[in-house]
Design a protein around this ligand. Structure first.
Ligand code: SAH
Ligand code: DHB
Ligand code: MG
Length: 225
């Protein structure tokens, strides 16, 4: 039996093997990570394999307009823009926004500075519609952002929420038992009130971060009906 230390080591090795086997080296992405590190941004981007997964997802639905909540240095924005979609990304931190604008120069990426809780209602009142929404910002507001997503994403479009499993694990017993509201109970409430959305949760193990606390995670994916 492999010990959990072995498994951690193996998960990291599997990540490396998958990256070298499946991904094409991409200078723009590498430079974005290097420039983000140079500017002291936290290392909390999506992983390279997750980036390629999201780009595949965008291609599968023919996404032309993608809404992102949580830009950081624009690493995930670059993945989305690489599919040919126009990316609208929301970021509350001016320093992160500045680094993202540098990293995304020449790409079809618009970064809007501000609190997503305020910008999402504005986008809706302007009648903006997106094919896909990627939620990757403050975890405790996943449910609120998801609800805006059901209004901002077209029928047949999708909503992806990052870090859903880790948020539940960190919230602990009250959220896990359904006593405290989580994204999952909120989706149920929305569905019960007639919002047409079909969702699932996928757990992931990733050696990307190289530490066991952050290996277990997972995302929610939903299609707006
Ligand atoms: N999607 C990025 C990582 C995002 S990290 C990538 O994979 O490359 C999360 C980001 O969300 C941080 O930059 C943080 O400043 C931003 N954020 C946190 N709260 C926010 C809010 N209320 N509105 C907009 N952005 C927020
Ligand atoms: C953290 C945040 C994220 O959005 C993520 O994908 C990974 C880690 C964090 O704050 O640790
Ligand atoms: Mg995240």
């Amino acid at each position: 039996m492999a010990t959990s230390t072995d498994k951690l080591h193996n998960a990291t090795a599997i990540d490396s093997l998958a990256i070298s086997s499946l991904l094409t080296p991409n200078e723009r992405l590498d430079n974005a990570l290097a420039n983000s590190a140079k500017n002291g941004l936290p290392r909390i981007t999506i992983s390279p394999l997750q980036g390629q997964y999201l780009a595949i997802q965008a291609q599968l639905i023919g996404a032309k307009r993608i809404l992102e909540v949580g830009t950081l240095g624009g690493y995930s924005s670059i993945w989305f823009a690489s599919t040919g979609a126009k990316v609208t990304s929301l970021e509350i931190n001016p320093k992160h926004r500045d680094v993202a604008v540098e990293n995304c120069k020449g790409l079809d990426v618009e970064v809007i500075l501000g609190d997503a809780g305020e910008i999402l209602p504005k986008l809706q009142s302007e009648g903006q519609i997106f094919d896909m929404m990627f939620i990757d910002a403050d975890w405790e507001r996943q449910a609120a952002y998801f609800e805006w997503g059901t209004k901002l994403v077209r029928k047949g479009g999708c909503i992806y929420v990052d870090n859903v499993i880790r948020e539940l694990l960190e919230e602990g017993a009250p959220a896990l038992s359904g006593q405290k509201e989580s994204l999952l109970t909120h989706v149920k409430k929305l569905k019960d009130s007639g919002v047409k959305v079909t969702a699932s949760v996928i757990s992931t193990i990733s050696g990307h971060k190289g530490n066991s606390e952050e290996m277990m995670d997972g995302f929610l994916i939903a299609v707006v009906e």
